[in-house]
Design a protein. Structure first.
Length: 299
């Protein structure tokens, strides 16, 4: 009887976490649709004004690209698109400068594949962008078909563009429920506790569980599952659920900590560890020099 009751509790828990993970995935897809709607509005306003309108909110930059109507080079049957217009969000001018914009657009032009945009109502492209190679935080590039010859492209800050994560940190830290979005490689792209953004979950028990499950399924279908008694990145024991929406290189995760510990700042711990390694390396180097001098004095 006791086991049956425990099994029922576990079933209720699993259903609850799975429902939250599905809701987070649905919210993510809804936010992506909102970005597309915002791009179409920017396109319309720009057509009327005769100049590219500036984006707002979590859209860092937007551009309208036009594919060539005929010919192409050997590397791309349809050629490389040209930039019809583009504009930066003034709130991100310090974090996304004009030279960074040029470099970013050059990378986007090389990576987009026209074959993914043949159907104006069809799939969209999701790419990742790291504005600073020395920092782990990444933004997302969302590209949508707009007619037969153009593509609307948005560079978004997931922490602001996705509504589930655009809330004050103080409110997040009071909850033992954590919500986040991972890339297929385990990189945290958005998290309900901002210090985790940019962290690498590749070595965590949670991501190991996700990998073993997702490797058996194709990305063209939605995948989901639950997990329990696993260690998260901060070595806290967690239970939760995940969803990988069909066709997206993204995974939504909802987990609940099973221990009442304070939030963990992985970057601060990593920084402290690097400092300690630096001090240790200096001591070893100093000891080597002293030992060498001692040996020379004995000769």
């Amino acid at each position: 009887m006791e086991r049956t009751q425990r099994d029922r509790v576990e079933l209720v828990w699993a259903d609850s976490m799975a429902a939250q993970a599905r809701a987070l995935a649905d919210g993510l897809l809804g936010n992506i649709r909102s970005v597309k709607n915002a791009l179409e509005l920017l396109q319309s306003v720009s057509d009327t004004a005769g100049t590219a309108a500036a984006p707002a909110g979590g859209i860092v930059h937007w551009a309208e690209l036009v594919w060539p109507t005929g010919g192409g080079d050997a590397g791309n049957l349809w050629g490389v698109p040209r930039i019809l217009r583009s504009a930066r969000n003034i709130q991100y001018q310090k974090d996304f400068s004009e030279p960074m914009e040029k470099s970013y657009l050059g990378g986007v032009l090389r990576k987009l594949d026209r074959r993914r945009f043949q159907n104006p109502q069809g799939p969209f492209e999701v790419l990742r962008y790291r504005r600073d190679p020395l920092q782990p935080v990444e933004w997302l590039v969302l590209a949508f078909s707009s007619g037969s010859h153009s593509v609307l492209v948005a560079l978004v800050d997931p922490a602001r563009a996705f509504s589930a994560f655009d809330t004050p940190d103080a409110a997040r830290r009071t909850s033992r429920i954590r919500r986040y979005v991972l890339g297929n490689d385990g990189r945290v792209l958005a998290h309900s506790h901002s210090p985790y953004i940019g962290a690498d979950f590749d070595g965590s028990g949670v991501f190991g569980k996700l990998q073993s499950r997702l490797e058996k399924e194709t990305s063209s279908h939605s995948s989901e599952g639950v997990f329990s008694d696993l260690l998260s990145l901060d070595q806290q024991k967690v239970r939760g659920a995940f969803v990988r929406p069909a066709g997206l290189p993204l995974i939504t995760v909802v987990e609940r900590t099973m221990e009442d510990k304070p939030p963990f700042d992985w970057r601060r711990v990593l920084g402290s560890g690097l400092i300690a390694l630096g001090v240790l390396a200096s001591l070893i180097a100093m000891g080597t020099v002293l030992l060498t001098k001692f040996k020379e004095s004995r000769k």
